[in-house]
Design a protein around this ligand. Structure first.
Ligand code: ZN
Length: 308
């Protein structure tokens, strides 16, 4: 049995412990607000920032960043943030319009595409003229390479430290843990890819988004280009693609955005290639694909299963 005095002492001890726990989340301090135009970079910032940052996703998972334009409300949210994360390399066609707002409000801009080695986009002839943004010549989908994501994670760590020097220890510790997880992810991806015979490493895709993935892991891309809604199944472009798929014995195609079901139907009927499943090209999804790690594992598993 506990005596009264002892019991009170225990209560005080618990009270002190609770206070200390609260203090470790920084008593009274507002979190550093980070606005993000990239679902991948938002995920990295949450991992690195922990309790010290609040990530506001302007572009949310499941949105199509190809047709996104910031609203006046988004401009306000961005102006009220300390950092803005963007993919760059032309992915956000409206970024130049945002720059004066960022300068005026003292928002630090972190552009992932500035710390990776860009590769050329595979999309000669890909008709983006009606899109809200243009990919330009560099392929902006750098997150399809795990080693690029490691570079961008370091960039985000450094930007957070520059904005919030008090948090340096936290950011460095969290970034080191994240880097180790990404290193493991990169190794896992390679272990999956080696299960595929080299001759099977062909990606037939309608989206010029897998260039970095192809370069890192030795895939060839057969782009479904210039095959738009207006193309009739008889077009020469479709015939050429069917010829190439047959020649290579490709088992699956990742062409979810061929909008013309007749064309897709003709390709699958004539080649025997099956639709390979959903690949997350432009950003994160939800549920198990709601993190970068989960998205990459999903994409790689889908590709390997379909091409085996
Ligand atoms: Zn894209």
């Amino acid at each position: 049995m506990m005596e009264g005095g002892e019991f009170a002492a225990v209560k005080i001890l618990f009270f002190l412990m609770a206070m200390l726990a609260g203090a470790s989340v920084r008593a009274g301090a507002e979190p550093i607000r980070v606005a993000s135009l990239s679902t991948v970079m938002a995920d990295l910032a949450r991992d690195i920032g922990g309790d010290r940052v609040e990530v506001v996703e302007i572009v949310k998972p499941g949105m199509d960043p190809h047709i996104f334009e910031p609203s006046p409300g988004d401009y306000k949210t961005i102006a009220n943030s300390r950092l803005l994360l963007a993919s760059g390399l032309g992915f956000e066609g409206y970024l130049d319009k945002l720059r004066p707002v960022l300068e005026k409000s003292g928002v630090r801009l972190v552009v992932g595409g500035e710390v990776v080695k860009p590769i050329e986009g595979a999309c000669e002839g890909h008709d983006h003229s009606e899109d809200h943004h243009h990919h330009g010549t560099a392929d902006p989908h750098w997150w399809q390479s795990v080693s690029n994501v490691q570079l961008v994670a370091r960039q985000i760590r450094d930007a957070l430290i520059a904005t919030d020097p008090e948090g340096q220890g936290t950011y460095e510790k969290n970034a080191a843990k994240l880097d180790a997880r990404l290193e493991d992810l990169g190794k896992w991806v390679r272990l999956q890819i080696v299960q595929l015979p080299k001759k099977n490493r062909v990606l037939v895709t309608s989206h010029d988004a897998l260039g970095y993935f192809a370069k890192d892991y030795g895939f060839e891309i057969l782009p479904v280009q210039g095959i738009s809604t207006s193309d009739q199944p008889s077009s020469q472009k479709v015939r050429d693609l069917i010829g190439r798929i047959q020649e290579r014995g490709v088992k699956a195609i990742f062409a979810e955005s061929i909008e013309n079901p007749k064309v897709l139907g003709q390709i699958t009927a004539e080649t025997g290639a099956k639709p390979g499943g959903m690949i997350y090209a432009d950003g994160l999804g939800s549920g198990e694909t709601g993190t970068y790690d989960g998205m990459m594992r999903h994409n790689v598993t889908t590709i390997v299963e379909a091409l085996k």
